[in-house]
Ligand binder design. Structure first.
Ligand code: NAP
Length: 419
């Protein structure tokens, strides 16, 4: 990469180097193996060397970074030791710089990069893969490639640092109407939700379709509600408080169900356990009725947007319409979901896994944001030093509705370009 000679070895946070001028060092929020545990302690600010680029990569000065659940997992060290994953990919830094969402300015590009140039204002999506993988070269969906990795989680050098490095195809134009912190907040959850709701034919959102959105006030949920609405569907949110429900209605949900009104969660009783199963069935039926009440008519969701997993999956399968789909991208409450196969085969329901997105789907959500049909639902803006605090709040489900971002290079909130 060719860069302008930097004026300084390291810049203070919020002090923006001349565009194209890359210092030798940067500040980063670093997770080390000996600190795995509560996010509030796992993340610590350190000075580290700015990484060098491969020919297909871009170095981006991070103005703001978005907070996602994946770096709660990274901090805890479960279910993956991400530092070990980096080592397996040949990265011997011995640390993890997380962060899978960012807005910023391109400061340098590798020699093969043609889609972005120094000075471009960008947002970043977190899908990285080996473009030379024969599966991708043959036209396979890159996010299904065995080489696909989530940048800033499975790969190092994420956005919780002054500079981040990404594959150039991860760069998309920053929506000019958004502040840096708004622009940093939506891509990971937005592109994930976009794929879940548009990729799996024939169960894609069609006008009039009911979509049940678990965690409607959370990161994924806020995006799923708005995408469903933009595609003409009818989103119903599931939440844990009436405040969160009202928040979802403002985003476009036609109604909400408060999951605290029910107690049939968790692993489903075995079908041979008559009393236990019948009690569970009562709960699931009551939940289904609550969906009809929220909607104002007796129609079941054609798509159930899942991510809590173990606690909710049996109910999701039960309430899904005949021929509908439960699409799932996580197991926040656990991974051992029980499926009563009778509902799957008799009612011909589909259980579909989904994981992040490809370039076209990332561009798809960016277009909806550009057109102002989806807003980033940014609810909390924090200082760079508070990366650990944000993840701790998320870990404890004590964060506010919507998405969080931290200011990195942006000297203050509210800026849409350089100060
Ligand atoms: N595979 C992928 O590509 C991908 C992409 C993005 C995220 N994810 C994963 O998806 C999960 C959610 O991410 P997020 O960004 O939406 O997180 P989030 O902002 O924390 O939202 C999750 C929501 O889940 C709800 N929830 C919590 N406990 C629950 C329970 N026991 N039962 C039902 N709902 C519960 C909460 O809402 P209420 O308390 O109001 O119900 C919360 O708002 C995480 O595990 C994350 O790692 C995966």
């Amino acid at each position: 990469m060719t860069t302008v000679q930097p004026a300084k070895e390291i810049y203070e946070l919020g002090e923006i180097p001349p565009i194209g001028s890359v210092p030798e060092y940067m500040f980063a929020q670093v997770v080390r193996r000996e600190r795995f545990g509560d996010p509030i302690k796992a993340f610590q600010v350190e000075g580290v060397k700015v990484p060098s680029l491969e020919p297909n990569e871009a170095l981006v000065y991070v103005m703001a970074a978005g907070i996602n659940y994946n770096n709660v997992w990274a901090a805890l060290g479960v279910p993956l030791d991400v530092i070990k994953v980096h080592e397996q990919l040949g990265d011997d830094s011995g640390f993890h710089i997380g962060g899978s969402d960012a807005s910023g300015i391109v400061y340098a590009v590798g020699r093969d990069v043609t889609n972005v140039k120094v000075g471009d204002r960008v947002v970043l999506h977190c899908g990285s893969w080996d473009e030379n993988d024969p599966f991708i070269k043959a036209g396979g969906d890159p996010i299904l490639s065995t080489t696909a990795r989530i940048w800033g989680y499975e790969t190092n050098w994420g956005s919780f640092a002054q500079f981040t490095k990404v594959q150039a195809h991860q760069c998309l134009p920053k929506p000019p109407h958004l502040t840096w912190e708004e622009a940093a907040a939506y891509m990971l959850v937005g592109a994930t939700a976009y794929r879940m709701l548009t990729n799996f034919q024939p169960q894609t959102v069609k006008p009039g379709d009911i979509v049940l959105v678990w965690g409607g006030a959370g990161g994924l949920g806020t995006m799923a509600i708005q995408i469903t609405k933009a595609l003409g569907g009818l989103p119903i949110a599931v939440v844990s408080s009436d405040e969160r429900g009202e928040f979802c209605k403002k985003l476009g949900a036609v109604g909400y169900v408060n999951r605290r009104d029910f107690d049939h969660w968790g692993l489903m009783p075995h079908w041979t356990n008559g009393d236990g199963y019948n009690k569970w069935l009562q709960g699931a039926r009551a939940f289904g009725k609550a969906i009809w009440d929220a909607l104002g008519e007796r129609r079941n969701p054609r798509i159930v947007f899942e991510h809590p997993g173990e606690n909710t999956m049996p109910t999701s399968i039960f309430v899904c319409d005949n021929g509908g789909m439960v699409v799932i991208c996580a197991g926040t409450t656990g991974y051992n979901a029980v499926v009563d196969l009778r509902y799957l085969w008799m009612r011909q329901k589909r259980l579909q896994g989904s994981h992040f997105a490809n370039d076209e789907q990332a561009a798809g959500i960016n277009r909806l944001v550009m057109e102002d049909k989806v807003n980033p639902a940014l609810s909390g803006v924090f200082r760079f030093e508070e990366v650990g605090v944000c993840h701790q709040l998320m870990h404890e489900n004590r964060h506010q509705e919507g998405n969080m971002a931290v200011l990195v290079g942006a000297p203050h909130g509210g800026l849409k370009d350089l100060p």
